[in-house]
Design a protein. Structure first.
Lengths: 463, 215, 647
């Protein structure tokens, strides 16, 4: 009997020991989606309550478990004779029982108070006029007043981010100012999804037929540390973020996170490719965010579409015009950029020294393919395309990721994706949606490297 | 022989800890459970009545569909059938086989009338010109009222139908010549079920029908 | 059997026996027919247990496939749809086909013995419950072979993913199979529960007052009440879903006026009591085992019973804590958070009282005790993480992450399954009449304990660093790999432990070399240990008259006035009922009805939907026929005259 008792005693010790050693060996907790590395006000609150509950339960576990171990040791039957003894048959002690009930109630109250505070915090953006609570939260009035709103729509299996204040729409990468509160309105057009960026806030479900709300505000000081804000948070609008993200991918001991890059994930089972429904949130300085918004607004502004060349006009240096280029096929236009001041009547064909092709041939062919292969049916790019069915691809070349945050947005992945997206993301609507069958041109790109390259040139050229 | 039959009875209805026969406890437990069934259905109906109160932008006035006179009549009939049921139970306790038969028959007939009313009501609603209420639409537009209404009242109707068949079984058995006061308990349990189904209708009728007229 | 016996016929059935084409199988039925027609609660319990252990292996294989797929990032052991089917089937199987029926097996076998009854109140209904359970399990697993394969909707089947509008395979039948199998399993659970409630309320031996009931019997009663009050919610939800899928109603179709939110409420009004339906039986078992191996009565019996009832009652008031992230608003969220914290108190009370029971005892560490101690510690961890989840801000991060997976596996494996294994090691000698190998038992415990913790403890950490639930794979670069590999290794160790355990249980029925158990091998306390092992088919030769709470212990160690007595034996002996075919026929009719409903829709060549109810009606007719024949069968039976020492 005794050796087995020793064995039992040692198992929990052994396991706890192992876990302590292993937990020590992976002391890094700033994983890409780690809730243990909060970078926002709401997530910090959630983390604080969590740690409180961890300490409470560790205390309880040690107290109750220690008591249990003591009892097991103290009252073990040491010999076969002792195992046959009849101890006093006591039936209970109401004083002890009542005491324990009261004690456990008190412990629960310790957790209940921050819980109630946390519920209010995560459901309501603090009132900008309530200076007292703003102070308590360490917020500045301008952070609330300047809050941006994002309407998030979940679809199988990607995200639409609409900025009603700025009139722009993007997909899968949520760009936001690090210093401002972000109000998130959540809707879905099909099944239930859940919006979760662990480092910024908890999650909230996207319920069909109902609009849910959550909000977060990043803590800029936690993102950048002592560094300069502009360099620590690479800017999105000029592609710096993309370059920085490409330089680092894997989570290793040498992993150094890109400032302002947050990983998010759909957290409610939504169908075959639920696992692939991730997204990213990119924090920006106010200045970079404004620039990004401006670029987006320009890109999506129908009044700023490139006009045909007008022989009566003169053009500033760097102006864009569209002009027929028979090389691309009859009736096709190409964009030209002026390299100097242009006087009236100097069309790109008459004066090749004054104009240059704005894009490569591949880009221009890719642009045509994008229409002729029916991509525009579902995807909007800048001003073109009808589509709300698929992700909006405006300024696609600035994106860090492809396929709802799943792959790195480079030529290699994009080529794989275009050739057979079903292989990568089984059940996605681009491959399986309404009206897509084996005759659809998209399903026949597999062996057509040339077309794929041209499409890639066009898509990644959107920057 | 009399000894043997005494034993038989003893085995049939053993002495229980509470003194209540096992079958009765079983039926009460079932009815408790059945309360939850109807509770779930009725709450589904009420919740949807509140949150899906419009159709095509207009308030859904279900009075255009309902035929409250007919439903009141069938409600009365169902209530009356409970009286027959109670009389049948009392008759079999007294060993009055003839009266039991008549009372059972009365319950069955009234139950059947109720069912007929419901069948008429359903077909009438589905085909009401201009006001068609089907399982999934109202006036040709998708709506949830038909879903909750038909499934709730249909479930109740199924209960009534089961009750009618059960009573028919007893009526048929009464002609085999084996029916005696020994079966009083079984008929009584059948009666418990019948009264319960009746009570459920007393809740459904105001909640589903009358409330529409109180608005 | 050395007992004398005479054929017994009640006057009612005397004539019928001659005319019946299909006589009720009598006393001397043996072999397969005996098992198919038995109405003996002990045999039904064994069949329940054996079938559930089979499904435990099925569900375990599904779990191991899941774990293999998660070994590394972007693995391709399973496709994403297969993975989603696996976790759906794993969850449904483990909840409805393993833990619940294993509990039912113990309810069936142990409870009548503990209250001094010869059988449950309605033995044939008990048989019907068994066959319904088997039919339900069959229907669920038949789904693998038809359009779309098994359901890929999660065990919770959240609308609107279950709507045909969002089916990812055209004509997907998986959810239909899921709906029908859960309905049949619901029938099985309800029938069993009505039966147990009646039995416990009405068939206690003289002197067995409610406050003398063994705790396990109390938990049986509470769980039965939970089942009859909670199952209607999911039954109606499933009926509504079936109408949505089959007849186009709009209950959960948000595009046509329905609310997917409603499904969640109905599901969790059932689903949360279901959690207690799964755990309370294990608590009951542990509350029996700890006093036995401490040689002391249960500390605070009244409080343990009362807290069990409170847990059951409050279980109906906390369902929305599964829905904290669905946007219910501040008030509802706060209320449910507070109620959920409150429910921790009665649960804590139980743990205190188990420790109090051991205090001052003479503790022996036999296998059942090891599992009971494993239960307490593991359930404690699961309970603590449960308290964390009651706090909404924490839940906002944990919900649908691996932290939750860790939490409920600590409750359901570390809690329920350890408790049930504890029950097997404790009561199997009573069922088989043989003692199992202690060393092997301890080895099983060690494997299970280590494997279990290695699998599920790292999942807390995985959840915290952001691994979401129900995802068939994860991307590289998140740092999830190492701990997933630990979990997978642990899962295989756990699997080996469970399988050796099952081998040991089955083996104890066939291996004649094992030591005979005798009446009371553990020196245990409750009434079933006054009977021989294995228990004779009539349980008690004479009904005992109960004088105290722990009657077996009092008979051995108590004062004279607490010794139980026995009712005198009637001159007609013990009346045993005959076996019956009709429960099996009824269940088969139900099976046909379900298959008929599942396959009643066809698309004819012109593309029209054709509904053909022939099979369904035929199945229904068989079912009704079974019920009618059942009603007309009459009592039948025979008498046994056991000698005193043959109890």
């Amino acid at each position: 009997m005794t050796p087995i008792f020793r064995k039992f005693i040692s198992i929990p010790h052994f396991i706890i020991g192992i876990f302590l050693i292993l937990a020590g060996s992976c002391s890094r907790i700033d994983h890409k989606q780690s809730a243990l590395d909060p970078k926002g006000l709401v997530s910090q609150n959630q983390y604080d309550v969590f740690m409180l509950s961890v300490w409470i339960t560790i205390f309880l576990f040690c107290a109750v478990g220690g008591c249990l171990l003591y009892v097991l040791w103290r009252y073990r039957a040491k010999t076969a004779e002792e195992a046959k003894e009849v101890p006093p048959q006591s039936h209970g002690n109401s004083m002890v029982e009542t005491g324990l009930i009261i004690a456990s109630s008190i412990i629960l109250v310790i957790l209940a108070v921050p819980t109630l505070q946390g519920i209010v915090l995560l459901n309501r953006v603090p009132d900008a006029n309530d200076t007292e609570s703003l102070e308590k939260l360490g917020l500045d009035r301008s952070q609330i007043d300047g809050a941006i709103t994002v309407n998030v729509t979940g679809k199988r299996f990607f995200w639409v981010f609409e900025y009603p204040q700025f009139g722009i729409v993007t997909a899968n990468e949520l760009v936001f100012p690090a210093s401002k509160a972000v109000r998130i309105n959540l809707r879905t057009e099909d099944v239930i999804h859940s919006f979760w960026v662990p480092k910024l806030a908890g999650k909230m479900d996207l319920m069909p037929g109902q609009e849910n709300f959550m909000w977060f505000i990043a803590d800029q000081s936690k993102i950048i540390g002592d560094a300069d804000a502009a360099t620590a948070m690479p800017s999105v609008h000029d592609g710096e973020m993309r370059a920085k993200v490409f330089a680092k991918q894997k989570f290793t001991d040498e992993f150094e996170p890109v400032g302002g890059l947050f990983y998010g994930q759909c957290a409610e089972y939504c169908g075959n490719s639920h696992a692939y429904m991730s997204f990213r949130a990119l924090a920006q300085t106010d200045e970079d965010f404004d620039k990004w918004v401006k670029r987006f607004q320009n890109a999506q502004n129908p009044n700023l579409a490139t006009k045909s060349y007008d022989p009566q006009s003169s053009y500033e240096k760097g102006s864009l015009v569209s002009f027929a280029d028979p090389k691309l096929g009859s009736g096709s236009n190409r964009e030209y950029r002026s390299i100097r001041q242009i006087a009236p009547g100097q069309s790109p064909q008459l004066n090749p020294g004054a104009w240059e092709k704005a894009h490569s041939d591949d880009y221009e062919i890719g642009k045509q393919l994008f229409a002729s292969l029916q991509c525009v049916q579902c995807h909007a790019v800048n001003r073109t395309g009808l589509g709300a069915k698929g992700p909006n691809l405006t300024l696609y070349g600035l994106r860090t990721s492809l396929a709802a945050g799943w792959m790195r947005n480079d030529e290699e992945s994009l080529s794989k994706w275009l050739k057979n997206s079903n292989d990568i993301k089984y059940g996605n609507l681009m491959w399986n949606g309404e009206g897509v069958d084996d005759r659809h041109p998209l399903r026949n790109l597999e062996n057509d490297d040339e077309k794929v390259d041209q499409l890639i040139a066009y898509l990644l050229g959107q920057s | 022989m009399s000894d043997a039959s005494a034993h038989a009875l003893e085995h049939h209805e053993p002495v229980t800890s509470t003194g209540i026969p096992n079958k009765k406890v079983l039926m009460w437990a079932f009815l408790g459970s059945d309360c939850m069934f109807f509770g779930t259905l009725i709450s589904t109906h009420l919740i949807y009545r509140k949150i899906s109160a419009t159709v095509g932008g207009n308030f859904l006035d279900i009075r255009d569909v309902f035929d409250i006179e007919l439903t009141s009549f069938s409600t009365f009939i169902l209530l009356a059938s409970s009286l027959f049921m109670a009389l049948a139970v009392s008759a079999i306790h007294k060993g009055n086989l003839k009266s039991t038969r008549w009372m059972l028959l009365g319950t069955i007939v009234f139950g059947a009338i109720f069912l007929a009313c419901q069948v008429y009501e359903f077909t009438h609603f589905v085909h009401a010109p201009g006001n068609e209420l089907t399982l999934s639409t109202y006036r040709g537009e998708p709506h949830v009222f038909g879903s909750t209404f038909y499934v709730l009242t249909g479930t109740h109707g199924t209960h009534v139908a089961i009750g009618v068949f059960w009573l028919l079984g007893w009526l048929a058995y009464s002609f085999t010549g084996k029916m005696s006061t020994a079966h009083a308990l079984d008929v009584e349990i059948c009666g418990l079920y019948w009264h319960f189904v009746d009570i459920v209708w007393i809740i459904i009728f105001p909640v589903v029908y009358l409330m529409e007229y109180a608005l | 059997m050395a007992t004398e016996s005479i054929k017994y016929l009640s006057p009612d059935t005397e004539n019928k026996a001659k005319t019946q084409v299909f006589p009720r199988p009598g006393q001397h039925t043996t072999g397969l027919i005996d098992w198919l027609t038995t109405i003996d609660h002990k045999k039904i319990g064994l069949m329940y247990g054996l079938t559930a252990l089979f499904f435990l292996i099925v569900g375990g294989i599904e779990a191991l496939l899941i774990r293999s797929q998660l070994w590394d990032h972007n693995m391709t052991v399973l496709t994403n749809r297969e993975y989603n089917q696996m976790f759906t089937m794993h969850g449904t199987t483990m909840v409805f086909l393993v833990i619940m029926p294993l509990s039912a097996a113990f309810f069936n076998f142990v409870m009548p013995l503990q209250i001094g009854a010869r059988d449950v109140a309605f033995p044939r209904m008990n048989t019907l419950s068994l066959w319904c359970f088997i039919v339900g399990g069959l229907v669920l697993n038949l789904s693998w072979f038809f359009t779309g394969g098994s359901p890929a909707i999660g065990w919770f089947g959240y609308a609107p993913l279950t709507d045909t509008r969002f089916a990812e395979v055209i004509g997907d039948m998986g959810p239909d199979f899921w709906i029908f199998s859960l309905q049949i399993l619901g029938v099985a659970s309800l029938l069993a529960s009505f039966n147990f409630i009646t039995t416990i309320i009405n068939m206690r031996a003289p002197g067995m007052t409610m406050m003398r009931l063994p705790v396990f019997t109390w938990m049986t009663l509470i769980v039965s009440f939970l089942i009859i009050l909670a199952f209607p919610a999911i039954t109606i939800a499933l009926v509504e879903l079936m109408f949505d899928r089959t007849y186009g109603t709009n209950f959960f179709d948000f595009l046509e006026g329905g609310k997917p939110h409603l499904w969640q409420h109905l599901f969790w009004i059932f689903g949360h009591p279901e959690v207690y339906i799964l755990i309370l039986p294990a608590m009951g078992i542990v509350s029996e085992v700890i006093p036995v191996f401490s040689r002391k009565p249960l500390f605070g019996y009244g409080l343990i019973v009362f807290s069990g009832a409170i847990i059951g009652f409050m279980g109906f008031a906390v369902w929305s804590h599964h829905m904290f992230t669905t946007g219910m608003g501040v008030v509802a969220t706060s209320a449910f958070a507070m109620l959920t914290m409150l429910i921790a108190i009665p649960t804590g009370v139980k743990i205190f009282n188990w420790i109090g029971t051991m205090w001052g005892g003479r503790i022996r560490f036999d296998t059942p005790m090891l599992f009971a101690l494993g239960f307490i510690t593991m359930f404690m961890i699961g309970g603590f993480t449960g308290i964390m989840h009651s706090s909404v801000p924490i839940d906002a991060q944990h919900q649908d992450s691996y932290f939750v997976v860790a939490h409920f596996h600590y409750v359901l494996i570390g809690g329920a399954l350890f408790g049930l294994y504890c029950g097997f090691y404790f009561w199997l000698p009573k069922m088989s009449g043989r003692l199992m190998n202690e060393k092997l038992g301890k080895f099983v415990f060690t494997l299970m304990f280590i494997g279990f913790n290695l699998t599920f403890f790292p999942m807390h950490y995985l959840g915290m660093i952001g691994q979401p639930r129900r995802t068939h794979t994860y991307n590289e670069g998140h740092g999830f790999e190492m701990w997933n590999q630990a979990a997978t290794i642990g899962a295989f160790i756990l699997g080996v432990g469970i399988v050796i355990g099952i081998y040991q249980f089955v083996n104890s029925f066939f291996n004649k070399k094992l030591k005979p158990a005798g009446k009371n091998p553990w020196d245990a306390r409750t009434l079933e240990w006054t009977l021989s092992s294995p228990v004779k088919e009539y349980n008690f030769s004479r009904t005992p008259i109960i004088k105290a709470r722990d009657q077996a212990w009092e008979n051995n160690y108590g004062s004279k006035e607490n010794h139980s007595e026995k009712e005198p034996l009637d001159d007609h002996g013990v009346h045993m009922p005959d076996r019956s075919w009709w429960p099996l026929v009824t269940a088969l009719g139900l099976f046909g009805l379900c298959l008929g409903m599942l396959f009643h829709r066809n698309i004819d060549p012109s593309g029209e939907l054709v509904r053909n109810y022939t099979v369904a009606i035929a199945g229904g007719a068989v079912m009704v026929f079974g019920i009618i024949m059942w009603a007309l069968e009459g009592p039948g039976g025979y008498h046994l005259f056991p000698k005193e020492e043959e109890e």
